[in-house]
Design a protein around this ligand. Structure first.
Ligand SMILES: C[S@@+](CC[C@H](N)C(=O)[O-])C[C@H]1O[C@@H](n2cnc3c(N)ncnc32)[C@H](O)[C@@H]1O
Length: 265
């Protein structure tokens, strides 16, 4: 299976609303703290609409964003137009595929926040993505990324069932309510991927006025799988966490978060 190419055609325009409504998504302060400590410039791979990138630029850190989705980058550019010139000047955007882009410069901090690594569906692509990230690391640089820890007990449950995930009103249309639903379609336990459909329904006066949907395939990882990828990519962990509050990575973990550096020879 090839990796997501220029995806998020439908989901891009709902992205900021949906994730803004998910109050348990607490990754941005984690990446902001790392960015501040690095002093910048930072490279964010799979930067999307700038959900994580923009607070970093607002905090005074120079940041480069790479993404291969035209629709996601278009929203980020729209978001940037609303920022003061000082923030805009700190942001550089690049269209690129995380498996093979090269900016020909090195960064003290490279990040892949909120699971773009789960959009790499083969070991070859996963390795290419980590190798590309590592190629942009300065000598003592840090690569930070997160993936979720799969809930194996629930993996094969609720297939074909719609679940409501988020509900919000766009600031430009406060009398509209948008609901994002999620339907798991299938699981491929051999290739460690599952496919889902996002459904976006808009309501006015409780009446459905539009519905759009888009499929997405995600891969999932286990810890030893990631360890093997790090070895192959010439990376070694300097820290690993089970949550963005930096809980230890253990049986209670719902996230796997890594800080890596180029392996010492
Ligand atoms: C879940 S979003 C994360 C966006 C952002 N980092 C955030 O935290 O909100 C995943 C992003 O990865 C991007 N992506 C997927 N495949 C990619 C690829 N092959 N190369 C570059 N970006 C890719 C998508 O376009 C999307 O913007």
């Amino acid at each position: 299976m090839s990796s997501a190419i220029d995806s998020y055609h439908v989901a891009a325009k709902y992205y900021d609303g949906a994730y803004g409504a998910m109050k348990d998504l607490v990754d941005a302060p984690f990446y902001l703290e790392l960015s501040r400590r690095s002093g910048g410039p930072v490279l964010e791979i799979g930067c999307g609409t700038g959900r994580v990138l923009l607070p970093i630029a607002r905090a005074g850190v120079e940041i480069h964003g790479v993404d291969n989705s035209g629709p996601m980058l278009a929203i980020l550019k729209e978001n940037l137009r609303r920022e003061p010139p000082g923030v805009r000047d700190r942001v550089s955007l690049h269209v690129g595929d995380m498996r093979d882009f090269r900016l020909n410069r090195k960064f003290p901090l490279v990040t892949i926040p909120f699971r773009p690594m789960q959009l790499m569906y083969t070991v070859a692509d996963q390795l290419r993505a980590l190798t590309s990230a590592a190629a942009h690391l300065a000598d003592r640089g840090t690569l930070a990324f997160d993936v979720f820890y799969p809930k194996f007990d629930r993996l094969h449950l609720h297939i074909g069932e719609e679940q409501l995930e988020a509900e919000w009103s766009p600031p430009s249309s406060p009398d509209t309510i948008i609901r994002r639903y999620y339907r798991k379609e299938s699981v491929d336990k051999i290739h460690q991927t599952y496919t889902l459909t996002f459904i976006f329904r808009s309501y006015r006066n409780s009446q459905l006025v539009s519905e759009e949907s888009e499929p997405l395939t995600m891969s999932y990882y286990t810890y030893p799988h990631l360890q093997a990828l790090f070895l192959l990519a010439g990376l070694e962990p300097v820290a690993e966490y089970g949550s963005f509050a930096k809980a230890p990575l253990d049986n209670a973990s719902e996230e796997m978060i890594f800080l890596l550096r180029p392996a010492r020879r």
